[in-house]
Design a protein around this ligand. Structure first.
Ligand code: ZN
Length: 163
């Protein structure tokens, strides 16, 4: 899909599940984050909500799971022998661990612990969850050619790298 990618938005956010207190806030880290809109730096629902905003705007938005981390997929639970789990990881329901898959490393959640096997859910921990965001737009500016070429924002709240 061809898109015009040209705006960097810097914003503070707090996010929680709908009806729940926020579990993460950029104010905890102290710095707003910067995203290049249209470059999939952030979840699609948030990208849409930030489109056309101006500095100083504050708003709340509910993002359905499909536009956040996706719906849960049932085929993503795998049974794994305990002996294949590295030592030192507590084998308890709700514990997360990194596993290697054909799509690269993913965070998996233990959903069942048996005698010799465990069940691992490879869905994103937030898959299937509707999220509620509190947003404060700090800055809206044109993206540089370099940012557009890299597909992310540079500078405050963005990606910092050499060259
Ligand atoms: Zn870059």
């Amino acid at each position: 899909m061809e898109q015009t990618i040209r705006t960097v938005v810097r914003f503070h956010y707090a996010v929680g599940e709908v009806g729940q207190p926020a579990f993460e806030s950029s104010r905890t880290a102290g710095e707003p984050i910067a995203a290049l809109l249209g470059a999939s730096n952030i979840i699609p629902g948030l990208e849409q909500a930030l489109e056309g905003r101006s500095a100083g705007e504050q708003f709340e938005v509910t993002v359905p799971a499909a536009l956040a981390y996706g719906e849960r997929q049932e085929g993503m639970v795998q049974r794994v022998a305990k002996k294949h789990i590295p030592k030192g990881i507590p084998l308890a329901v709700g514990q997360t661990l990194l596993v290697n898959t054909q799509q690269g490393q993913r965070r998996a959640t233990i959903t069942k612990v048996g005698m010799s096997v465990i069940d691992l859910d490879l869905n994103h921990p937030l898959a299937g969850r509707d999220l509620h965001f509190n947003i404060e737009v700090v800055e809206v500016r044109a993206a540089s050619n370099e940012e557009i070429a890299h597909g992310h924002a540079h500078g405050d709240g963005g990606v910092h790298h050499e060259g």
